[in-house]
Design a protein around this ligand. Structure first.
Ligand SMILES: NC(=O)c1ccc[n+]([C@@H]2O[C@H](COP(=O)([O-])OP(=O)(O)OC[C@H]3O[C@@H](n4cnc5c(N)ncnc54)[C@H](O)[C@@H]3O)[C@@H](O)[C@H]2O)c1
Length: 277
């Protein structure tokens, strides 16, 4: 999160987007899987824009440290407008009740819920012949049921004009050896996003997904640290580099914003063009 733009051209300062979407200040978001990676970057970016965030993760210790770090960084910066507050919380996204508890925290602390980002996910390896019953259950529980339960909790408490964003993946439409369970789960997220959009449209709630390609987080450390794997991965990226969490934040902001108020049921690829190779 602290890597500079000079070290990686994909890294940008979230304040660079401050001129966009002023209507977001004062709104309230719930972000799951927020202790690190994209969830942490989304939380920091939203709070920079004046959004109050309930940031939740199964890793309570790391979540609390990340929330403290983001709040401290925002307090030190001389932002033109008041930043939002980040409240760290624990959630196991496989538990429906945990989502409702999260919603209650957001309502008690901030009085409303405008945005819900179902971001938590896991990415285990196994060739399809070797996927165990436990592994397929775990992947579907976290990556698919987690999105369903989060969206159900959000829908119970959100007003018309609110928005949900789910994390799918380029893996929803591309196959990767050893990631059959994961690819299946992300294809399910893309489809579930459409089903949710159709039904929650009745309440004026929009539901979209983001389908990232190779984004530089802990989840893809194995790619970054293995030159052969990195070269192989970048062969399928027209922009010839990994993306950064901050580069996924921009499309997220758009999907949450009023600019996207007639956009629902879509997956936006943020993949450097890799789905076309
Ligand atoms: N990094 C990529 O290249 C990439 C590409 C496509 C899609 N995605 C998706 O984007 C999302 C974020 O990915 P990331 O790279 O930041 O991952 P990450 O592994 O860095 O972070 C995921 C977070 O989810 C949390 N989590 C896992 N299981 C949980 C549970 N049961 N309840 C609550 N929290 C839980 C983890 O503790 C972790 O903090 C995931 O859904 C992932 O599948 C990532």
């Amino acid at each position: 999160m602290t890597e500079t733009a000079a070290e990686n051209p994909g890294r940008t300062d979230a304040t660079q987007m401050l001129a966009l979407y002023p209507e977001m200040a004062g709104k309230v978001a719930v972000v799951t899987g927020a202790a690190r990676g994209m969830g942490a970057a989304f939380t920091a970016g939203l709070a920079t824009r004046g959004v109050n965030v309930v940031a939740a993760d199964i890793n309570e210790g790391q979540m609390s440290a990340t929330a403290d770090e983001i709040n401290a960084e925002l307090a030190e910066r001389s932002l033109a407008d008041k930043p939002g507050r980040v409240l760290g919380a624990r959630v196991d996204v496989t538990k429906s009740d945990d989502h409702e508890a999260l919603a209650q925290v957001a309502l008690k602390e901030f009085g409303r819920i405008d945005f819900w980002i179902n971001n938590a996910g896991i990415f285990p390896f196994a060739l399809v012949e070797d996927i165990s019953p436990e592994q397929i259950s775990a992947v579907l529980d976290v990556n698919v049921e987690g999105v369903l339960f989060g969206s159900q909790a959000a829908a119970r408490h959100m007003a018309e004009g609110s928005a949900i964003v789910n994390m799918s993946s380029v893996s929803a439409v591309r196959n990767r050896r050893g990631r059959g369970a994961y690819c299946t789960s992300k294809a399910a997220v893309a489809h579930l996003t459409q089903s949710l959009a159709v039904e929650l449209g009745d309440k004026g709630i929009r539901v979209n997904a983001i389908a990232p390609g190779y984004i530089d987080t802990e989840m893809t450390r194995w790619v970054r640290e293995d030159p052969a794997a990195l070269a192989n991965a970048l062969d399928s990226v027209p922009l010839h580099r990994l993306g950064s969490p901050e580069e996924v934040f921009g499309p997220l902001l758009f999907l949450l914003s009023d600019s996207a108020r007639y956009v629902t049921g879509h997956s936006i690829a943020v993949d450097g063009g890799s789905r076309h190779v």
